[in-house]
Design a protein around this ligand. Structure first.
Ligand code: CA
Length: 227
């Protein structure tokens, strides 16, 4: 059961999804324009957002960027566009997942459950992880490097926590896709590359001069402290 903000301008689609998601036990708030949805997302923060890309007032990817400006809420994009480049662009703009139209309410419900699961701290993993200068508190969602708090997005935090939890082991991109993104999709490995490079920048290091994050060409990524 989740509070779902559904942003969809097609009345028929909106009504059908609202009915199905309500029946599945969710509380649904539907908006037809991006601007109204942004206001709702700020005033009544939802657990998850379903964003149609073809909206009357704003292009969906601009709406996504604005939403990301005010909220870290999981966003599932509903789109008829399906080229790999488009999907990667959306994921990099902050979408957590996507469904391609037409999709069933059951499929959407499964995606909602998956993004909400990802947001929960992993019960089986340690809450506090320390690797050299890096310490991660998974319960409080705080990562410190040399005592300074890192400003990470939810996804960057999850990626860093997974790498740190498996410090000293080279992890394949496929494993990261499965464990951090929890849903393999087209172009996912390229998305891992992009997130690793962002993480690297936030850790203040480069691929050429790694401190904690090492890319093992053709194998994967490893976090380790050799200092
Ligand atoms: Ca539309």
């Amino acid at each position: 059961m989740a509070t779902v903000l559904l942003i969809e301008d097609d009345e028929n689609v909106s009504a059908a999804l609202t009915q199905a998601l309500t029946k599945a036990g969710h509380h649904v708030r539907a908006e037809e324009t991006a601007m109204n949805a942004l206001r709702t997302a700020t005033c009544e923060p939802p657990d998850v957002v379903i964003l149609d890309l073809g909206l009357p007032d704003l292009d969906g990817s601009d709406a996504l960027r604005m939403l990301r400006g005010v909220s870290d809420v999981p966003v599932i994009v509903a789109s008829a566009r399906q080229s790999e480049a488009d999907i990667i662009k959306l994921l990099n703009a902050g979408a957590d997942d996507y469904v391609t139209k037409p999709f069933s309410a059951a499929q959407l419900d499964a995606r909602i459950a998956a993004v909400l699961r990802r947001g929960e701290p992993h019960a089986q993993s340690q809450t506090l992880i320390t690797v050299g200068p890096l310490s991660i508190d998974q319960g409080r969602h705080v990562a410190l490097l040399d005592g300074q708090e890192l400003e990470l997005t939810r996804r960057e935090f999850a990626l860093l926590a997974y790498l740190a939890d498996n410090a000293g082991r080279v992890i394949s991109k496929q494993e990261l896709v499965e464990q951090v993104w929890q849903q393999p999709y087209l172009g996912a490995e390229a998305t891992v590359d992009v997130h690793v490079s962002w993480l690297r920048r936030k850790l203040g290091e480069t691929a050429a001069k790694p401190r904690l994050l090492r890319t093992v060409r053709g194998v994967g990524i490893m976090l380790s402290d050799d200092s």
